[in-house]
Each structure stands twice: as C-alpha cells, then as structure tokens.
Design a protein around this ligand. Structure first.
Ligand code: NOJ
Length: 552
C-alpha cells in the first residue's frame, strides 16, 4: 500500500475542499436564488473538477441578516434552499460520486429570531431565559451607556439596548457581529448541550465534517472588562480564551465516537480561527481538539516571494509539533477574489485594504492567480477552493449600492463595500445573464451578473484548454495521482531572489517566479503543468510550473 492509500483513513490531511455558498452556486427552481437541487444537479461538475469534499456555508433556517450566519434553527433547511430530505439526498448523492460533505456551525451567536432569543427578550432581567445570552444593565446615568466599548468586526456597536415590557429602556445584549446575531453565553450548560446535539444531528446524516464559525470567539471573560492595549496570550476578553479548548475537546470526543471505517469515514472539525499568533493558533489543532483550521496568514500575504515563503515556513513549523496538516486557502466568501487582489499594487488581503478600493490590473491579477493556484495546490496539507475561483471570477466591484445587503456595508454607513462582490451567482453557460445559473426565462438572480462574464462561463472555459478551469482540473488531477503531493514533507531548493522552488517527494518540483524577469527552469525531465506558456524553456514572471525531475 502506498503512503497515500495508507493515509486514506485520514482523508482530511490531503483533501481538496470546495466551498459552496448555496445562494450563488446554482438555482434549480428559478427564483434567482441558488438551492440544494441546483447543487445536486451539478455534482458531475464537482466530480470532474476533482474535489474530495464540499463545505456548505450555512443552509439552515435564517432571516439572512448575515448571509445565513444568523441561524434560527439548525435542524431545518431554509426554504429558499430546500428541505431536510433534499439535504440528506444531496449528502448521499455526493458521497456516491466520492465527495464528502462538510456543514457550517455558528456557535458564537444565533439569529435574533432564534426561539431562545425570542424567549429571552420576552422574559425579565435576571430570568433563566436571559442567562443563555449576555444581557447586562447599561452603565452611566439611567444605564444609557453600553456595558463595554468592544469593537465589532462589522463596524458599529456590539451592544443593543432592549425595551422592558412597559416600553421603558431595558437591558443591553451583546453581539460581536450584527444586532441580529446575539452572542451566546458558553458557560451555560444548555448552550454546550445544544451544540453537541447539533453536531450529532448532522454527523448522523452522513456529514463528514463541521466548519466552526468564529471558533476563537465563543468564550468571554465574565467580568466583561475593556480590551487591554496589548493583551497577553489568553488575556483578550472575547478572543482566544483558554476555556475554549475544553469545549473543542468535547466536540472531538463526539467526532471520534463515529466509526472511521464506514462511510463517510472519520468526522472532522475545521476551525475558522483568525489569530495573528501562529503558536496560539495551532493550540486548537492539538491531537484531541480540531483536525484543521483555515490558514488565513497565507491568504493575507501580498504577492511577494519572501512574504509567501515566510508564511509557508511559519505555518509548517508551527503545525509540525501538534501533528496537524496545514491548510492552504486563497479565498472564501468574506474576502476579495484573488484575480482582483493580486492585480493590485497592494496585493495582500485585509478588510481595511479592501475598503480602500484601489484600482486593479485584471490581466496581471489573472496571471498571478493562476500561478498562486499551482503554488497552493503543491504545498503540504489540504487545499480549499472557493466557488468561482476555478473560473477566475473577479470581485464584482461595480455593484449598485442599493443591492448591497451585507451588514459590513450597512453598518459601516457604506464606508466598507461589504462582501457581495465575491458572492455573485456563478456563470454556467450562455452569452447573457443568468448564464445558466437559473433556468431560462425565470426571475432575475439575487445579485446581477456582469455581462462580461459571458467569457467566463463553465461552458466557455470547458471549450478552452488555456482557461482557468482547465488549469484547475489539470492541477487537481495531477495532485490526486502524484504521491509526493498533498500531505507530507517539502524541501526548498536554492533559487534566485523572488523565486520559490521546492521539491515534493523524490521526483516532483514546483517553481514559481515572482521576480520581475524570466528565470531558467531548474533541472527536469518533463513539464507536467504550467500556469502560462514557457517560451525558450524559461519561466516568465508571475508564472508557476510543476516539473518532473530525475528520482533522487
Ligand atoms: C465568519 C463568516 O465567514 C462570515 O461570513 C460571518 O459574517 C461571520 N463569521 C459571522 O458569523
């Protein structure tokens, strides 16, 4: 048995995981909103692309105050997307074509429409109903000031004042995100029990993994102090508190209680953890906690060889002692699409840079995004692809402001463009919107698609061997067959300034040129794939190549 097969029981160490934002993937019923039937009808596309798993952003009942990250009921599929029976069928059908399903859970907060929160609002201060959330009296005269001045990721306040039954101003409640997303109090046993039950509910339905939203935010310092100027490890009142690890150990026990030798195999936990301190980050990946977490450091780095190499080295060095595989993520439903980001002079990602809205060079962006795709697919560990990146879709930055519904936009008073630009419905075929996203002659898509996307449809790209889709398909096919790729060691080769070159296994080399001029390719016996043509056997600027080399 080769190394890869021996590891099959640990599928997440190598997996290529495709993120589906269900509203924008494919619409089967013609209401302009993507749905589960749409995904089911496109499973062949995902199989041909070569992905091992799909991660669905929340598909549960929700008023959609934050794109579904405001959940009213975890056991009901939102009617815009379908039914629980359809979700069960989809999980089964995907598995039948070799694709595992990962669902999203959002444990930090619920929707303000959730029955627990509605009951809390209806109950009195100090009641057991309110104890599952963070209800507090205000400060200052008449309790008119918020209990803390914690900032929100979404701009605006993190506390909202309620009204008493008689209409007078009442207690405040905490919401790190929008008003419609009250934070749960994780010291309450109901909160813990309910989430453990939700995990079992989905694992029992054949789900292979759970992506944990805002995984480092759940626990708060009960004294609710202000945020110190320079909090030491574990000292931030609402981020990365040490008590979190106990919660995830409990979740790991649940995941591990499912048999690994029956479909869909080992159940896994994937953390959404934005932490600048990589040492603190990997503490969540100790053997009895989460299996993997998104590597946002890599995503945030600019297109610069030294920066990317530093991120790769730091990531691998930090993961090694805990034995968890690294993940490589170029984008997701929250960040600027790679072809737009890499076409900017400031090509790193930060929410602040996104706000600046600097111009982009689309040709340069596509060229770099192609090279970045080959770089990230060659690195050790698992790979995430956000829907539409395999088509090279750009961020849609010209969207009319009236169509923006993202709380990041609304709460910042329009200062922040929000995240709709990377959530536009996918173009499948044809030369006009809806480009096969919805059946012909049906309602307009929930966000408009740019007319220029006619050149980027799946059908157009399938007919073009030089397309982004063709590159992704070829890369994933090679990645699957090549024993050195996926999990395992990597070794840097010496290279010129601005060039990243590394070996995976005895006979595979990846080389990426981020320097301003062409460079000579390292010794090889064949070119397996390149992100652009290689004139005169040289590697041009902003190009990556996968090479076969003599076995060592
Ligand atoms: C992270 C999710 O990816 C994002 O879309 C959401 O707005 C926040 N968490 C809050 O749930």
């Amino acid at each position: 048995m080769d190394e890869r097969a021996a590891r099959d029981g640990q599928w997440w160490r190598d997996a290529v995981i495709y993120e589906i934002y269900p509203r924008s993937f494919a619409d089967a019923d013609g209401d302009g909103v993507g749905d589960l039937a749409g995904v089911r009808s496109r499973l062949g596309y995902l199989r041909d692309l070569g992905v091992d798993a799909i991660w669905f952003t929340p598909w549960y009942l929700s008023p959609m105050a934050d794109g579904g990250y405001d959940v009213t009921d975890y056991r009901t599929i939102d009617p815009a997307f379908g039914t629980l029976a359809e979700a069960e069928e989809l999980i089964r059908d995907a598995l039948a074509v070799g694709i595992r399903t990962i669902v999203d859970v959002v444990p930090n907060h619920v929707s303000d429409q959730h029955p627990w929160f509605q009951a809390a609002l209806a109950a009195a201060p100090g009641s057991p109903e309110r104890a599952r959330f963070w209800f507090r009296p205000g400060c200052g005269p008449g309790g008119g000031e918020m209990p803390t001045r914690w900032p929100s990721m979404f701009a605006g306040d993190t506390w909202t004042r309620t009204k008493n039954a008689d209409g007078t101003p009442g207690e405040w409640y905490l919401h790190l995100f929008s008003t419609g997303q009250p934070d749960l109090d994780w010291s309450h046993p109901d909160v813990r029990r309910e989430h453990e039950d939700v995990l079992r509910f989905w694992f029992d339905r054949g789900v292979a993994g759970v992506r944990i939203d805002s995984a480092a935010l759940l626990v708060k310092d009960p004294a609710l102090p202000e945020i110190p100027a320079d909090p030491g490890p574990g000292e931030h009142p609402n981020t990365d508190r040490d008590e979190l690890h106990d919660i995830y150990r409990g979740w790991r026990e649940i995941a591990d209680s499912y048999p690994a030798d029956e479909d869909p195999g080992r159940r896994i936990l994937v953390g959404e953890i934005w932490l600048p301190d990589v040492e603190r980050f990997v503490r969540y990946l100790r053997p009895d906690e989460l299996h993997t977490a998104f590597n946002f450091d890599f995503l945030a780095r600019p297109w610069d060889a030294a920066q990317l190499r530093e991120s790769i080295d730091a990531t691998l060095a930090a993961h090694a002692p805990v034995g968890a595989p690294a993940t490589w993520v170029l984008s997701n439903h929250d960040v600027t699409r790679p072809v737009t980001r890499y076409g900017r002079a400031e090509s790193g990602f930060s929410f602040a840079a996104k706000r600046a809205g600097t111009p982009t060079d689309p040709e340069l962006g596509v060229r770099r995004a192609r090279a970045a795709a080959l770089l990230s697919a060659a690195l050790p560990g698992s790979l995430y692809i956000y829907q539409g990146d395999e088509l090279g879709l750009p961020e849609f930055e010209q969207l009319d402001d009236e169509l923006r519904q993202d709380p990041m936009y609304l709460r910042s008073g329009g200062r922040d463009p929000g995240r709709e630009g990377c959530r536009v419905p996918l173009p499948w075929a044809g030369d006009r919107p809806p480009f096969g996203f919805s059946p012909p002659g049906t309602q307009a898509t929930w966000l408009p698609q740019p007319a220029e996307w006619a050149a980027l449809t799946v059908a157009a790209q399938e007919a073009d061997p030089g397309s982004m889709l063709a590159l992704y398909r070829a890369a994933l096919r090679i990645r699957r067959d090549e024993p050195g790729l996926g999990d395992g060691p990597m070794e840097w080769l010496s290279s010129a300034d601005g060039v990243l070159a590394f070996r995976r296994g005895p006979s595979f080399t990846c080389v990426v040129n981020l320097s301003p001029g062409p460079v000579t390719l390292p010794g090889h016996t064949a070119v397996l794939l390149s992100s652009a043509p290689l004139p005169n056997g040289e590697l041009p600027t902003d190009t990556a190549a996968w090479l076969r080399n003599e076995r060592e």
